[in-house]
Design a protein around this ligand. Structure first.
Ligand code: 1HN
Length: 369
């Protein structure tokens, strides 16, 4: 039931007041850059989140060829910085924003191309659907990018990318650009024109220090707002999912729900999220299984890594396949059904929502609010 639907002017006004007097008041308020709350309460304070962002699916079969075409036509270099093409949610007034807080883009780097170093306030990551041969240089540490890897670029770290092969590579970029934009907190700075380290090591220095399960270097103890482990390798993600499902089959509690394994990428210095503003997870559903319907505050962007299934978003079925990216806006009911084995990468603004004590969720078949 609605408790604060905006009343009409006629309902609120004293009956001795004329329309002319009221209209004059409203005109004067507008001219003085003032807005009466009573005309807008319903929009500003809905009974429950009424997201402007819409559920939407971008198909890989459309994204990739367009990125490829941009690769043919548009050079990458100083000034434009990145050949990244944002996914613009149709509910967000043409802004290049996937959700009110999250940016998602496909980035394409052609053979031997280099995207120069720069740094910005915005936190970023890359998730790799396919390909290899690009090293992202984060804080002068070259980090190999390969299929299934999650690579971090925490805010204010210099970063650039180089493709050392004769094949192009494309990946998904996630950033908190819309959130930073809304808060007017953005800083940006160019780095040197040439990459600070063009070597191509198998393992980054960050991994050599931080990628040993349960072990932190004593010389570097202390919690950090962003994970110092800038690469989360597919082999570890895959092994964790395989073991969760194997343990479930052996009768041990290990999965989110039957047939649904999931891991959250975490900051080894805090156990919390990898970035201050972005949560990242990987989910695997066994063939033929479905998640319980779920509704939560905060927005999510998903990418299908392998398999096929149906994303049921706000009661509408969307068939999705490898590479497709879709948005689940805040408080919109969502469930996922797997046709064959379905692997999904997901990122969300949950760290923001939780830090501000605004997180709520509903799980299961129950009512709406
Ligand atoms: C950026 O620096 C990257 O480093 C990707 O790959 C997307 C979008 C806007 C501003 C900076 C990158 C970006 C970006």
């Amino acid at each position: 039931m609605s408790t604060n639907a905006t009343s009409s002017i006629a309902d609120l006004a004293d009956s001795r007041v004329t329309d002319e007097e009221l209209n004059e008041l409203y005109a004067k308020l507008a001219a003085a850059n003032m807005v009466p709350l009573w005309t807008q309460l319903g929009e500003l304070m809905p009974d429950e989140p009424a997201p402007r962002a819409r559920p939407h699916v971008w198909r890989w079969s459309e994204l990739y060829p367009l990125a490829q075409r941009a690769g043919d036509l548009v050079p990458v270099g100083r000034g434009g910085e990145r050949r990244a093409i944002a996914l613009a949610n149709p509910g967000l007034d043409g802004m290049p924003f996937a959700t009110p807080t999250l940016w998602a883009a496909i980035q394409y780097l052609g053979p031997r191309e280099v995207a120069p170093e720069h740094r910005h306030t915005q936190n970023a990551f890359r998730f790799v659907l396919e390909g290899e041969g690009v090293w992202t240089v984060v804080n002068s540490d070259p980090v190999a990018m390969r299929r299934g890897d999650l690579l971090l670029t925490p805010g204010w770290n210099f970063h650039g990318h180089q493709n050392v092969t004769n094949a192009p590579m494309a990946w998904l970029d996630g950033l908190d650009i819309p959130f930073v934009h809304a808060n007017d907190t953005s800083f940006f700075e160019y780095g040197p024109d040439d990459l600070t380290d063009t070597s191509t090591p198998e393992k980054s220095r960050a991994e050599r220090l931080w990628s040993h399960p349960g072990l932190q270097p004593v010389a570097l103890l202390g919690s950090r707002p962003s994970s110092p482990l800038v690469a989360y390798r597919w082999e570890y993600t895959e092994a964790a999912l395989v073991e969760q499902l194997a343990l479930e089959a052996e009768g041990y509690p290990s999965t989110v729900e039957p047939g649904h394994a999931a891991v959250r990428f975490s900051n080894p210095t805090t156990g919390g999220d990898v970035l201050p503003t972005i949560r990242a997870e990987f989910h695997r559903l066994r063939p033929g299984t479905a998640t319980a319907p779920h509704q939560e505050v905060g927005s999510s962007v998903w990418q299908v890594f392998t398999g096929r299934g149906t994303a049921v978003i706000g009661g509408v079925d969307h068939d999705v396949a490898r590479g497709d990216v879709f948005v689940v806006p805040s408080w919109v009911r969502f469930e996922m059904r797997a046709e064959d084995e379905l692997d999904l990468f997901r990122f969300t603004d949950a760290p923001i929502v939780e830090a501000l004590y605004q997180y709520r969720q509903l799980t299961g078949q129950g009512g709406t609010a």
